[in-house]
Design a binder for this molecule. Structure first.
Ligand SMILES: Nc1nc2c(c(=O)[nH]1)N[C@H]1C(S)=C(S)[C@@H](COP(=O)(O)OP(=O)(O)OC[C@H]3O[C@@H](n4cnc5c(=O)[nH]c(N)nc54)[C@H](O)[C@@H]3O)O[C@H]1N2
Ligand SMILES: Nc1nc2c(c(=O)[nH]1)N[C@H]1C(S)=C(S)[C@@H](COP(=O)(O)OP(=O)(O)OC[C@H]3O[C@@H](n4cnc5c(=O)[nH]c(N)nc54)[C@H](O)[C@@H]3O)O[C@H]1N2
Ligand code: SF4
Ligand SMILES: [Mo]
Length: 698
């Protein structure tokens, strides 16, 4: 009965976490407007609107699957059989090769409760250090740069509602018109208020079309671009000396780095003409307030951390940080991209954004978990390094919430690594390309069928609420982990009630950088979300949460932000005679990530049916392909084929492929797994390729 009413909740996909209401309809749910949630005010993109289609039994997994030893095919099994097979697979590896031979791979789409429980399961039940997650492919460079400069990593240090009220926004490598469509409104309002928008993207995207100024650098050169702008800030006397003196450290070294990047050199590296650089610098400095927002364009590079650092340096030198309506922010990506990196599924981390190698953090979390701090393993490998080690010293893998066969760099190699495992278990909602390789597939509930919290790009902790009863034969991720923990000898410590998990997470996070201890499900419901940090106050009065960070001090020990001295360096793979073209990759509006969910929705497939190669008419003419003809893109790692989409909106030296598809159009067959030395982020946004007509189909 109670389930017949409308349930306020949030979209299952991206980090905007648009609010929506769900109403039960025909055994499923329908999406109804929810105008009261401030971030999207009722607006949804096509993915959010059609999300209920994935609840259908026609596209989802309907029961556990276990690989039959005789035929090699996946066959239906009971939950008891499936969980026993997983427990046995993991136990055998551990007995034969030790705890670090068992790996765990999580996802930034998992709720806080799931991410927390998965991290605890790895450290306490499996005692393995080998856990990481797909957020490493997403947010890690910005996170590392945030930590270095501000002492704290939260995507945006202010709510989205501040964006239209600033003077100038520089949007670097974000195509939010396609990746967060309802957020485009904030840029439209910015311009209506007289603010300026600068977009930096090698393609004239739908987002760039909105800009007052669009700079189109060669992929992989954002570091030089940011340094060049800082050079101009200095040479034209636009440094905010007072801010630099009172609120920062390290300016001299950062300044010296910038002064080595004079505008003509930057033009040569980036392809952006000096007058455009000067226009951008002046537009930014002429406004009284300003923001720099980055997304995956500058971050998914083997120098992503330094690149984001250079953009932060620009904000600090001009006093555009730590002040109202100004600052640097990163637009996080996955539904729980923010919370997913705070509560312990990352290789080096404990809940509350604590460090796994910090003795005090270990003692605190071990206390909450009721284990000996010495029993907690140390930091493990990063995502790509973990996937690359599969079949080597990591022999078994439990994977929850990711589809690396499509989304990992150098994907053909990673697919081979997955195939070489002794044992692979995958928990998913659909039979993804990665689940197809598993020994056991565990079907789990979806957003509308379960409750849990996510933390959106603003650091606002939100509550997704169960609106319908899941189908028989489907369990929640928390039930899966509970069942496995029991079979592996842990009767207690892995509750299945999300609110109970959240209460434990609150205690585990208390006193950490991402402190959730003052947040409760009740408060989230009443306040439409609560911004962390939100400690539990000693005197009993509720802490209001922290929508805006750094206004009085940065989160460093002395309260000052840190300039980071950086200089430009080349991409890991530069073009040459054999591979003369730059490949960059990204997204289209109608598909989400590896496409595991959205490729199962008819309306979205009609809008975006398959991979394509975007290329400039000049390049198309040179290689002799026409619109819609099949082109082969070849890198040192493999070959992909997809139809040509010819447009002047891209640089002539660059081709673009979206990465949402498997098979011959898989962009990640081509990408370079060169890693950023600090964040371990792979270089998805630039590698060297050859482009040629594909031979006609046989
Ligand atoms: N429709 C849709 N929306 C999504 C997602 C999705 O898969 N589909 N995924 C979500 C997730 S997890 C994420 S992380 C976000 C990502 O959101 P975005 O970062 O906006 O998405 P991308 O398309 O990966 O990259 C953005 C832009 O970077 C540009 N770019 C490429 N190389 C470079 C470069 O070297 N420098 C610069 N400055 N720009 C470059 C591309 O041309 C592209 O337009 O989107 C979220 N929202
Ligand atoms: N070339 C290239 N590659 C990229 C990128 C790029 O820009 N270019 N971007 C990278 C980025 S930013 C990201 S975030 C990654 C994402 O890449 P993936 O990690 O592959 O992301 P998804 O497709 O969202 O995979 C999530 C999987 O988990 C399932 N799932 C969804 N919700 C749940 C749940 O609650 N529980 C469980 N158990 N399963 C669930 C889905 O069905 C799906 O199979 O891709 C990266 N790969
Ligand atoms: S913008 Fe993101 S959160 Fe909003 S409806 Fe679309 S996919 Fe969902
Ligand atoms: Mo992402």
């Amino acid at each position: 009965m109670s389930e017949a009413v409308t349930t306020p909740t949030h979209c299952p996909y991206c980090a905007l976490q648009c609010g929506m209401n769900l109403r039960p309809a025909d055994g499923s749910v329908e999406v109804v407007d929810r105008p009261d949630f401030p971030v999207n005010r009722g607006a949804l993109c096509g993915k959010g609107r059609t999300a209920p289609a994935v609840l259908s039994s026609r596209v989802r997994l309907t029961g556990p699957l276990v690989r039959c030893p005789d035929t090699g095919a996946l066959k239906s099994a009971t939950w008891e059989e499936a969980l026993a097979a997983v427990a046995e697979g993991l136990r055998r590896t551990r007995a034969d090769h030790g705890p670090d031979a068992v790996g765990v791979f999580g996802g930034g789409g998992l709720t806080n409760e799931k991410a927390y429980t998965l991290g605890k399961f790895a450290r306490v039940v499996l005692a393995t250090s080998q856990i990481d997650y797909n957020g490493r492919f997403c947010m890690s460079s910005a996170a590392a740069a945030h930590q270095r400069a501000f002492g704290l990593d939260r995507g945006l240090p202010f709510p989205m509602e501040d964006i239209p009220r600033t003077g100038c926004v520089i949007l670097v490598g974000s195509n939010l018109a396609e990746t967060m469509p309802p957020a485009l409104r904030y840029l439209t309002e910015l311009k209506a208020n007289g603010g300026k928008l600068i977009v930096i993207d090698p393609r004239r995207t739908r987002t760039a079309e909105q800009a007052d100024l669009h700079l189109a650098p060669r992929p992989g050169t954002d570091l030089a671009l940011a340094l060049g702008l800082l050079h101009l800030v200095v040479s034209e006397g636009r440094v905010d000396e007072e801010f630099v003196r009172d609120r920062t450290e390290g300016w001299e070294a950062a300044r010296a780095g910038a002064m080595a990047h004079w505008p003509e050199l930057v033009e040569r590296i980036t392809g952006v003409p000096v007058p455009q650089l000067r226009d951008a610098m002046r537009m930014f400095c002429d406004a009284e307030t300003g923001m720099v927002l980055t997304a995956r364009g500058p971050e998914q590079q083997s120098k992503g951390t330094d690149t984001v650092g250079a953009w932060i340096n620009l904000c600090l030198a001009t006093g555009r940080a730590g002040r109202p309506l100004s600052g640097y922010g990163c637009l996080t990506g996955q539904g729980n991209g923010q919370g997913g990196r705070e509560h312990g599924q990352k290789a080096d981390q404990l809940p509350g954004y604590r460090k796994l190698d910090d003795p005090a953090a270990r003692a605190h979390v071990a206390g909450v978990w009721g284990v000996d701090p010495a029993s907690l393993p140390g930091p493990g490998r990063s995502a790509y390094e973990l996937l690359d080690a599969l079949g080597g010293d990591v022999k078994s893998l439990l994977l929850m919430g990711s589809n690396p066969v499509v989304s990992a760099p150098r994907a053909a190699h990673i697919e081979g690594r997955l195939r070489s495992l002794d044992f692979l278990a995958v928990a998913d909602v659909v039979l993804s390309e990665t689940a197809e390789l598993a020994d056991v597939v565990l079907p789990v509930t979806q957003w509308a069928e379960e409750t849990g919290t996510t933390t959106n790009l603003e650091g606002r902790v939100l509550l997704r609420q169960r609106a319908i009863t899941p189908p028989d034969g489907i369990r929640t991720d928390l039930e899966v982990l509970h069942g496995l923990a029991r079979l592996l000898g842990h009767e207690k410590g892995f509750p299945t009630d999300p609110e109970e998990v959240f209460d434990e997470l609150r205690r585990a996070s208390a006193g950490g950088p991402a402190d959730y201890s003052g947040i409760s499900y009740r408060r989230i419901r009443e306040e439409n979300g609560v911004f962390w940090p939100c400690p539990e106050p000693a005197d009993g009065a509720a802490h209001p949460g922290t929508p805006r960070l750094f206004l009085d001090r940065f989160a460093t020990p002395d309260g000052r932000a840190r300039f980071v001295p950086v200089v430009h360096r080349a991409a890991a793979e530069e073009t040459d005679a054999d591979y003369p073209v730059v490949l960059t990759t990204g997204r289209v509006v109608a598909q989400y990530q590896s496409g595991a969910q959205t490729r199962r929705v008819a309306e979205l497939n009609a809008a975006a049916p398959g991979a394509f190669v975007e290329l400039h008419p000049r390049l198309a003419e040179r290689i002799g392909v026409g619109e819609g003809e099949r082109v082969a893109v070849v890198s040192r790692r493999g070959r992909a084929v997809a139809p040509a989409r010819i447009t002047t909106a891209i640089r002539p030296d660059t081709v673009f492929m979206p990465f949402h598809w498997a098979g011959e159009g898989r962009a990640n067959t081509l990408t370079n797994p060169a890693l950023d030395p600090v964040s371990r982020m792979p270089e998805f946004k630039t590698c060297a390729v050859r482009v040629e007509p594909a031979s006609p189909r046989p």
